[in-house]
Design a protein. Structure first.
Length: 406
């Protein structure tokens, strides 16, 4: 199976100047750097940038900015387009043996579009293909056969009429591409990126409530130097504050705790949004997010127990809390061992879907309802009894799965 590892990026200045695509940040990252990082995520390992109207010092400066970015792990060549062809520098580049991408440098899209485009084009690797999300409008993305590389100067001026590219159509409802040519199209590109983030939310409250607020908060946060991990730690502080409020044991504090807890759900969407928009997702960030969520849960339920103890006595608080600790510990062991992950052992059983629902943030709003109705003690009892029942169900299903495998 053929693959694509080289992308040739054609870079020309918009009417308002190069700063629009080289310096102005779109959702936290300049357009060209975003394009390079997106292509890298799609599988590209080597880049050739051919620019117009940039002198050698400017090329060196912008090239260094990309190469020094810790997210960039590939090989980058950057030349002035005219001198590249006139001095036959093209001969110094290793000729590709596989199809390569030809991309307009002002293109803003997402990884899925590039991957779908390449997968479709590689079915006919000897033909020229162009992206077409709209019937009569080709996108700034072409898949070229390797033989074209030696005549790259002709491709740089546009695909010739002798060989018309075949169109690869992707649904504009689920995909997008925008060529940034002015400030208006830059704003439109940022809007598209923010809206596309909704596709990453799968929990009911995230889709229909949390993301409504997180979208606007994330739009502001991507303009700051704050990293996703910083946002995760700030969300932890909000969750600890909520736990402290619950521990006070009075109605106003309980409602405040419920509201703060709901805010952590919205904020939890924000750190993920910012990570995706800034192209800063990482395994460490995911682990940190899960760890902070678990710490918040411990503080929330401990705070509830202390609050209930203040109003109804220790027995009314400790009994359901101990049930919750025992049930929660059993659930953790049954879910995370031996395979780890959020219920990966149960992947092929009906229990897996139940685990995903119960592991969601939707329960936060149940807590808020109980706090407003002034019955957090009821929720504590329900959580304690429910955790034991769920642990028993996990134990039974786990043994059923083991019996089938044995």
């Amino acid at each position: 199976m053929k693959s694509v590892s080289l992308a040739v990026i054609l870079l020309s200045p918009p009417k308002c100047g190069y700063s629009l695509i080289l310096e102005k940040k779109i959702a936290g990252t300049p357009a060209l750097k975003r394009l390079v990082l997106i292509l890298q995520r799609a599988g590209i390992k080597e880049f050739l940038v051919l620019s117009n109207k940039l002198d050698d010092q400017e090329i060196k400066t912008h090239k260094n900015r990309i190469e020094k970015d810790s997210r960039f792990k590939s090989l980058l060549h950057w030349y002035d387009r005219t001198s590249f062809f006139e001095t036959n520098t093209v001969e110094e580049i290793t000729l590709p043996s596989e199809p390569f991408l030809l991309v307009n440098g002002n293109l803003v899209t997402h990884q899925k579009v590039v991957q779908q485009f390449m997968e479709a084009g590689l079915n006919e690797p000897d033909n020229i293909h162009c992206l077409a999300l709209e019937p009569e409008k080709p996108g700034g993305l072409y898949l070229m056969p390797p033989a074209i590389f030696s005549s790259l100067h002709q491709s740089a001026e546009g695909v010739g009429s002798e060989e018309r590219p075949s169109r690869i159509n992707l649904s504009p409802a689920a995909n997008f591409w925008i060529e940034v040519q002015n400030k208006e199209s830059a704003r439109e590109a940022e809007e598209k990126l923010l809206n596309y983030n909704k596709n990453h939310h799968h929990q009911f409250m995230d889709i229909w409530f949390n993301s409504i607020f997180s979208r606007y908060i994330s739009a502001k946060l991507v303009q700051t130097p704050l990293t996703p991990n910083m946002l995760t730690l700030f969300g932890l502080l909000i969750g600890l504050w909520a736990g402290w409020c619950f521990a006070q044991g009075n109605y106003i504090s309980n409602v405040a705790g419920g509201i703060l807890l709901a805010l952590t759900a919205i904020w939890d969407c924000c750190d993920g949004d910012v990570a995706r928009l800034k192209l800063m997702e990482s395994d460490f960030g995911e682990t940190l997010d899960t760890t902070c969520d678990n710490i918040i849960n411990v503080f929330i339920f401990t705070g509830m127990m202390l609050g209930v103890a203040k109003t109804q006595g220790w027995m009314q608080a400790l009994i359901p809390f101990i049930m919750l600790v025992v049930g929660g510990s059993l659930i953790f062991v049954l879910i995370y061992f031996p395979k780890g992950g959020k219920g990966s052992f149960f992947k092929d059983s009906w229990m897996y879907d139940v685990i995903q629902v119960l592991a969601s943030r939707n329960f936060i709003y149940v807590i808020l309802v109980f706090a407003i109705s002034n019955h957090l003690d009821w929720f504590l009892w329900l959580a304690g009894i429910g955790s034991l029942i769920f642990a028993l169900a996990l134990f039974i299903v786990k043994h059923q799965v083991l019996d089938k495998t044995n």
